[in-house]
Design a protein around this ligand. Structure first.
Ligand SMILES: *[C@@H]1O[C@H](CO)[C@@H](O)[C@H](O)[C@H]1NC(C)=O
Ligand SMILES: *[C@@H]1O[C@H](CO)[C@@H](O)[C@H](O)[C@H]1NC(C)=O
Length: 132
């Protein structure tokens, strides 16, 4: 009886781990799309709309997660309020689109903002400025 339970648990974990770590790292296609806009020198004003754009030309034939999300970071750290993981600037779009429109949230002004694009992998823009 105990052996059977152990076997079930063992196989549950084995399945879990092979799902997470199954693909050998060297055969996994990782798509890290460089963010083209915003770039260093970009100034956004609160309330404006802008298209975040990224380069999709180096995409592998097969990508594992094409659903994208864009969040805001300040000082290299993802913000905790609006624009952060719970209230992303954009989500549920294809990272193969190469662009997505975002609304600049009402955050405090700063010169150390960046956008982070999540999808098959993640990438972060250079620091840019948000003003009121
Ligand atoms: C973003 O790009 C789309 C598609 O080209 C365009 O229709 C839209 O006006 C752009 N938005 C801004 C804020 O430039
Ligand atoms: C994501 O987008 C798809 C296709 O546009 C849509 O069917 C789905 O409901 C969306 N999911 C969420 C959570 O918005």
């Amino acid at each position: 009886m105990h052996t059977q339970l152990f076997t079930i648990i063992f196989f549950a974990f084995a399945t879990l781990f092979s799902n997470v770590f199954g693909a050998p790292i060297e055969t996994r296609d990782v798509f890290i799309p460089p963010i083209l806009y915003p770039h260093a020198g970009t100034v956004w004003f609160v309330g404006q709309f802008h298209n975040v754009t990224w380069d999709t030309s180096n995409r592998p034939a097969q990508i594992t997660n094409s659903i994208g999300m864009i969040v805001l970071a300040k000082g290299g750290i993802i913000v905790s309020g609006v624009g952060g993981l719970n209230h992303p600037l954009a989500s549920n779009f294809s990272i193969l689109d190469g662009r997505h429109e975002v609304h600049v949230p009402n955050v405090k002004p700063g010169k150390d903002y960046a956008v982070v694009l999540f999808g098959d992998s993640g990438n972060i823009s250079p620091d840019f400025t948000i003003k009121k």
